[in-house]
Design a protein around this ligand. Sequence first.
Ligand code: FAD
Length: 319
Amino acid sequence: MSQPVLVIAEVRAGKIRQVTLEALQGARLAAGDSAEISAVIIGSGITGLAGELASYTSGKVYAVDHPELVSYNAPAYLHAVKGIVEELQPSRVFLGHTAEGRDLAPGIAALIGAGQISDVISIESGELYKRPIYAGKAFEEKRFLSSSGVVTVRPNNIPPATLAETAGEVVDRSYTAPVDLRSIVRDVVRKAGGKVDLAEAKIVISGGRGVKSADGFKPLDELADVLGAAVGASRGACDAGYCDYALQIGQTGKVVTPEVYIACGISGAIQHLAGMSQSRVIIAINKDAEAPIFKVADYGIVGDLFEVVPLLTEEFRKV
Ligand code: FAD
């Protein structure tokens, strides 16, 4: 690729998200080791993070630092990258397939007149992009026919980039919001979430309607603490009011690909499988031996989750 390759970084809670490093590695796989990969980082007070990001790529890291960019805002963030993509005319732009990346990617594709391949889980030689379709039941492989393209990569599938031999250069870019995009952020209030980011967690423990109440999540929380895992849920559990919809995994919730997924009291509806069936190892705990979740599980425990989960916690505490 003769034109530059660009990665749009994502920042959450003052840290570069892991999926940004995975997007960076995706860009390397697509463009080749010798290609210069640049990155854009947007936010407020991100100078230190820009320097950190520069240690992963020998290309330039464009830092757009402005108080109005403290939290994600689609038109403002698009405006922040506009000048950079118009100037560089990148052949490829990589983002994480996250709420932010999914929102921003089509806008960037429109800016540079590029096609887009979303939710990529691997990149084979010859720039062949693999992505799941039909709620994870099949895969398709795609190629760009156009000279420019935008790619979003699903978290936890492509290994993260390692440190570059030579750190890149940080380039500060100014930002002036057009009058109609000006906003004043008075406060950013985040919902209390688990300690581990669900989308990027290596282990996810999910509860379904089988947990029976909000208190029924407590044994799952305890196991999650011991394993350093994130807690998720089925829509059944969310609809019943046992937990927040932010935890929902599935077709209309988050898509996760952890190394280990532990489904507790979840029947295994197709819409739930759409969000977790690509997990590397699936463990199901359900008192109904006929529950469909056992068809996708690598390990199944037929039993009452309120007996099984505390036993697991006790055993893992000993390790
Ligand atoms: P249930 O199906 O009620 O299963 C509960 C399970 O718990 C049962 O298998 C039962 O045997 C077991 N159980 C009960 N007590 C215990 C116990 N003490 N110990 C062990 N096991 C026990 N669902 C999602 O999850 N995510 C989505 O994104 C999603 N999107 C949807 C989109 C659409 C358009 C539609 C129509 C549906 C969607 N659904 C989604 C809903 C989905 O179809 C199911 O209704 C939902 O996943 C069921 O949740 P559940 O497995 O927790 O509940």
